[in-house]
Structure formats: structure tokens, C-alpha cells
Write a protein of this length. Structure first.
Ligand SMILES: C[S@@+](CC[C@H](N)C(=O)[O-])C[C@H]1O[C@@H](n2cnc3c(N)ncnc32)[C@H](O)[C@@H]1O
Length: 291
């Protein structure tokens, strides 16, 4: 396998500078992808597609250890059994160039479509391609089954983008939900007269009512819980089964502060079960008497 596709330190291309927590996220994704592809291939789906809305350069350099770990697009390209199509989006020009060079060496390169733009605009094109292929599927096949990994740095993925995945195509989701982005910005966003990133994240202003309802109990843990619950409810309104209530996988930074949590949304309970199994390896042991 070409060095661009392996976790080797020196391949001369950009890597994402990441904390140790990124390994946990990517390990859960790797296990999830294994279960998803292994069990869904060979069924009557018109195609099995992988969508990465924020792909990054393809490799992460773990700052605490100097270790190099493969990023989400390369994990998806290295699964034992391939997806039929890979839609990879990365907005930053230099990061995109490294991503493009790396994935060009994959023996699945002919299955990859790359987008160097904002995922909130690329999503319509991706949905249109998949809808087009589904319209021309062979007799007796179901529509395609899609999986999207949504791994933002903060609050940049709009609700409309999630709704496109939930309504226009059949697409399971694993979402990095930036709880720290929310707790950092919510007090200012709440008093802002303008449309804020949190308004776009939820696609409406209802979060303000839920935030108000917390009254004087606006500590971070209460805000996180309320916002995860609201987001999960919106996913459920798109006919998703979700990991909620309380099934999110929390990712902490090196100071034990919550950075984000991983949420799974699937049109079938099996997808959520796959995620729970993949995440279970990283759950801290439960003490008796503590939920
Ligand atoms: C957390 S990183 C993704 C890491 C990657 N999934 C991995 O596993 O290594 C987020 C990436 O999204 C890119 N990005 C930020 N805003 C974006 C947007 N609106 N659309 C597409 N990509 C974006 C950033 O340049 C960054 O590379």
C-alpha cells in the first residue's frame, strides 16, 4: 500500500494537529465502519456510499505522542470491503490538496468524488448525484444506503445540511456535536439580534426557549444536556432512531473537559446498535448506583 495511505510519519503532506482524543473518535468510527459495511454489503441496496462532510487532510498527528493516525476518509478507503462511492468534502485549499494527493493513490480512487468547498453548499450536489443514480437503479434494487461522517471543528454544519441527508437520501449519520462550541457561544448568541451560528446549527430559534427554560441553572452540564436533547429530537423528527436519551459518546480533552460528543442517527435501530457497540470499548466502567 502507498505510504500516503498508511499511518507513516513522513509522507511530506499536511497532517491535522490533533489531541489524543482524536484517536478515540477515529477508533469508534473505524469499528462502526467495519460493522456497517460488513453487514450491509450483499443486500439489495442500489449502492453503499460513504460521505465525509469535513474530511481533513487524511492523517492526524497526535501532538502528545507524535503518533500518526489515519483520518476519517482514509479509514473509509481502507475498509476490508469497499463502499461503491466516496464523497469527500474539504473547504480549506491546502488541506484539500493533501487530501487529494493521498486519496489519488487508493485503489478505490475511481470511486471518489472530491469537493473543495463549504459542505453546506456541496451537500445539494452530493444528494443530487445519489438521487440520480437511485432513479436509474436496476429493477428489484432498493435505493442506495449512505453513511455520512460529520466532523466539524465547531458549529459550522447547518441544520439544512443535516435535513438534506435525512430527507433526500437514505443516510445514517455519526455526528461530532460540538458541545464546547455551544457552551462557549450560547450566552452571547442568546442576546444577539442577528442570526447566529447556533441558529444555523439548529435551523431555527427554538433553542432559545430551551435555554431560557433552564432559568438560573445555566451551568455547562445543563446547557449541554438541553442542547443535545433538542438536536436529537430534531433528528427524530427526520424519522431517525438516535443514541439519545443519554447514549451519546462523550469525548474529553486532556484536562478532562468535554470537547464534544458523538451522536449516531440511523433510519434503522441496527445502525444505532452498531454505534453503541463501537463506542462501548471506550465507556468508563459504571460504578454501582450511578447511572
Ligand atoms: C475536525 S476536522 C476533520 C478531521 C477529519 N474528519 C479526520 O478524521 O481527520 C474538520 C475539517 O473540516 C474543514 N472545514 C471547516 N469548515 C468546513 C466547511 N464549512 N465545509 C467543509 N469543510 C470544512 C477544516 O478545514 C478541517 O479540515
Amino acid at each position: 500500500m502507498h505510504k500516503y495511505l498508511q499511518p507513516e510519519a513522513e509522507d511530506g503532506l499536511l497532517m491535522r494537529d490533533s489531541g489524543k482524543y482524536a484517536k478515540e473518535k477515529l477508533s469508534i468510527l473505524r469499528h462502526f465502519l467495519y460493522m456497517f459495511v460488513t453487514s450491509m454489503r450483499g443486500k439489495s441496496w442500489a449502492a453503499l456510499n460513504y460521505i465525509d462532510l469535513e474530511a481533513g487532510p487524511g492523517k492526524n498527528l497526535i501532538r502528545e505522542t507524535g503518533e500518526v493516525v489515519l483520518g476519517s476518509p482514509l479509514l473509509a478507503l481502507n475498509t476490508e470491503h469497499p463502499f461503491d462511492n466516496y464523497f469527500l468534502v474539504e473547504q480549506d485549499r491546502d488541506i484539500f490538496a493533501s487530501l487529494e494527493q493521498r486519496v489519488s493513490q487508493s485503489d478505490r480512487a475511481d470511486k471518489i468524488v472530491l469537493f473543495n468547498e463549504d459542505c453546506n453548499s456541496a451537500i445539494d450536489k452530493i444528494a443530487a448525484v445519489i438521487e440520480g443514480k437511485d432513479r436509474h437503479k436496476d429493477l428489484g434494487r432498493w435505493d442506495s444506503l449512505n453513511f455520512a461522517f460529520i466532523d466539524p471543528e465547531g458549529l459550522e454544519v447547518h441544520w439544512d445540511t443535516i435535513a438534506t441527508l435525512g430527507k433526500r437520501i437514505r443516510c445514517d449519520l455519526v455526528i461530532n456535536f460540538s458541545t464546547s462550541g455551544i457552551t462557549r457561544n450560547i450566552a452571547l448568541a442568546y442576546v444577539s439580534p442577528d442570526e447566529t451560528a447556533i441558529d444555523r446549527l439548529f435551523g431555527n430559534r427554538k433553542w432559545r426557549t430551551d435555554y431560557e427554560r433552564l432559568g438560573s441553572r445555566k451551568e455547562s452540564s445543563a446547557v449541554r444536556r438541553a442542547m443535545i436533547n433538542l438536536y436529537a429530537k430534531q433528528l427524530q423528527n427526520l424519522s431517525y432512531k438516535t443514541t439519545e436519551p443519554n447514549g451519546e459518546h462523550i469525548i474529553l480533552n486532556s484536562r478532562n473537559r468535554q470537547l464534544y460528543c458523538l451522536l449516531c442517527a440511523s433510519k434503522h435501530q441496527l445502525g444505532v446498535d452498531f454505534f453503541s457497540q463501537a463506542a462501548a470499548k471506550f465507556k468508563p466502567p459504571q460504578l454501582p448506583g450511578f447511572a
